[in-house]
Unconditional design. Structure first.
Length: 232
């Protein structure tokens, strides 16, 4: 075999070796498996990490690429297989795309792999409204007007129970009337709206309320207050 032929054979062997090794070089050094790549706001992100051997350290970071910010970090107990979950907390997570980064240390060398998931809207919220006094009777003389007041009681919940921190936006439909424009629910999902009106005759007022919480569909409702005027 002459030198040229030998060189060609060697080059072919090297070429084949590179082709065979290339998938191994570019394959993940460990696996990051996400159970569902679309997770509801208020739900759980479940994942499994599989390593060729138990690392000495494992850390996860969840990044929001839209604002280039890490929204969650945690260290996990190292093992050759790690199962974990992250609560997709309202207020911390928004609706959108996220990156799950996993950093593992093997023999002092850090290796990072990643996977991706999206967060979509939370379940509906339910708004219940009632009026402390649905009918108000006012007595006055023939020429005067009177100010009346009432309270609208709101309760907001989801399928999981009372919803705290829900913003209530209200408007009173009727002449010379006002209502608390913005309120927030407490830990029991309750809030009180104060209503007032200056009346001169019989009237029926409608109060329209919207319940708003980021990620949830808006819930709407309305109540009525009837004012009956009796003059001397």
């Amino acid at each position: 075999m002459n030198a040229k032929t030998l060189a060609a054979v060697v080059l072919n062997i090297i070429f084949v070796a590179v082709l065979l090794a290339w998938p191994l070089v570019n394959s993940p050094r460990f696996s990051v498996l996400i159970e569902e790549d679309v997770v509801p706001l208020g739900g759980q992100l479940n994942f499994t990490l599989r390593f060729p051997s138990a690392p000495s350290e494992v850390r996860i970071d969840i990044l929001d690429p839209q604002v280039n910010r890490t929204v969650y970090s945690a260290s996990l107990a190292p093992s050759s297989e790690v199962k974990g979950s992250v609560y997709i907390e309202e207020g911390r997570f928004r609706i959108g795309f996220y990156v799950l980064k996993v950093h593992a240390v093997f023999n002092g060398q850090g290796i990072t792999e990643e996977s991706h998931f999206s967060v979509y809207g939370a379940p509906p919220i339910y708004l219940e409204l009632s009026v402390e006094r649905p009918t108000l009777v006012v007595e006055m003389n023939q020429t005067e007007s009177a100010e009346v007041s009432d309270r609208i009681l709101a309760k907001v919940s989801t399928e999981k129970g009372p919803a705290e921190g829900v913003k209530l936006l209200a408007v009173s439909l009727g002449p010379n009337s006002t209502v608390t424009e913005v309120a927030k629910t407490d830990g029991e999902g309750r809030a009180v709206l104060e209503w007032r009106a200056n009346v001169t005759g019989n009237s029926t007022y409608r109060i329209v309320v919207q319940a708003v919480k980021p990620g949830h569909p808006i819930a709407s409702g309305e109540v009525s207050i009837e004012v009956i005027v009796r003059r001397d």
